[in-house]
Structure formats: C-alpha cells, structure tokens
Design a protein around this ligand. Sequence first.
Ligand SMILES: O=C(O)CCC(=O)C(=O)O
Length: 288
Amino acid sequence: MFTHLSDPDRARFESDGFLIVDRLIETDLVPRLQQAFADLFHGRFETGVRPDEVNWQYEDGDPSLTRQICNGWKANREIARVVLDESLGRAIAGLAGWPGVRIMIDNVIWKPPATRSLGFHQDSAYLAWFTPSDLLTCWIALDDTTADGGTIEFVRGSHLWPLDEPEGEFHAPANYRAPMLAAAARVGIDPEIVYVEVGSGGGSFHHGWTWHGSGANQSPNPRRSLVLHAMRSDVEYQPEHFDQGIGPIYSRYKRLGDNRLDENYFPVLWREDGYRTPQIDDYLQANN
Ligand SMILES: O=C(O)CCC(=O)C(=O)O
C-alpha cells in the first residue's frame, strides 16, 4: 500500500517537523474509503461497534462544522485496513526512530464546502496520559487538497519550539491560528506556514509537537482525510495524568493493576523484532 521513504525524506522530516508525500495509498482505495466515511457519518457501523468519539452525525450534526469521528477502525474494516497497515507502521517507525508502532487513534475528518476551521494545536500537548507521549501522525487526503479548500497546514520547524500547554478550541475557533501565533510570539519567530496541497491518495507525516491546523473550506469541493495517530509500541499508561487532554476517554481501556496498553485497543502495527498483534489480520478478514 505504501511507498518507502528515503534518507533525504527522513532528514527533511527531522528539520521541518513534517513531510509531504505525493502518494500514500493506491487510487482505487480512495472511493472505498469515501464510502466508509459516508457510512460512518450516517451511523452505519459495519462491525456493530460505535467509534470512541462520534462528533458529527447526519441527524443532528451542525452543518457548519467539520465532521469528525475518532477510531473509525473499530467500526469499519475499510478504515482499519489502512490505519492498521503493517508497511505504514514500519515507515512511521523509520521516520520516528522507534522500535515499533501502535495505533493511538485514527481520525475520520470531512470538511464539506463552507464548513469551518480546526484550530491550530500540537498533538502531544494532549497526550500526558501515556509515556513517553511522543506521537507521529500520517494524514491521508481522500480529495485533491488546496489552501482555499481548508487543507492541513504546518509551521515549519515548530516541533523544535519550547513545549506549550494545550490551549484554544479545536472545532471552529474564532481565529484558528491564534494559539500558534501566540506561541510564535513567545519564541520571537515569524511562523512559516506550509499548506499540504496534494492529489487524493497523497498526504503528509507530522511530528507530535509540530503546530498544525486547518482553515475553513472556501472551495466548492469536499475535503476528506483519514488520519493515523501513531505512538511507540513500548508506551505505558501514566495514571496520574488521566484527567488531562484526551486521557478521560482513552484511559478507560487500562487493565487493573497494569500500566501496559492492551493490544485489543491499541494494536501493534509493526515492531523491529517482527512482532505484529496477531489478531489484526483475523479482524481485517472476519465478519465478527
Ligand atoms: O485535518 C485537519 O485539518 C487536522 C487534522 C489534525 O489535527 C491532525 O491530523 O493531527
């Protein structure tokens, strides 16, 4: 599914905090994933499992908001086949320099024409519930993306700025760049914004501390993207921080008396010793 990254790609990722890639998935997967998006936002959950966060549904969703669902993989196997892909896991481990990769969560994001922005943030600022709270994200476009179509934007080199506390709204804030501009002012940097403009099936990787967000969709075209947020395979829960960020949602999967993460909820996609959660491949094929 996924093309390999080169040494110059890795060097660019390290200095910029992101990497834009023309092709991440095959073209024939795109319409199948678009159908999966329609199913999820209509509440049609193939496996019978409701995703962990359902922030928009057709019956009652605010039409001006960007639609978002987290952990679509548990509800839909088309989504799962992409975000649990072994070669994608291996590529992420290579970029990050990790011994292995687990899925933390996926994001299913649909920004139709005239819908509003998603606020700038740093992913790792919300992740103190596990340690080390490093993250690397793969963002896959399912439509051709443009700056006026509200594509994702990154600030070059911002993963190297001093770490900040989480701040601001994610869904439709008044000024979607405000928290990032405040952080840039604190470090005395004029931020360089880079838009991810790719054809459908292309996308990007970004570091957990890279500032990113996206503007309103002012184009006549939809902007759909499937996002894999990946963590190291050897992370552990940090219960003293369960009340922070998205901890209250994802700490519910902790086993009693055990800080290791359960592979049923955070499967290992790839590890350097050859291990991959064995049940993933059964799940991708099964009807249960
Ligand atoms: O798709 C977007 O506009 C934002 C997605 C995002 O925040 C992420 O991939 O971390």
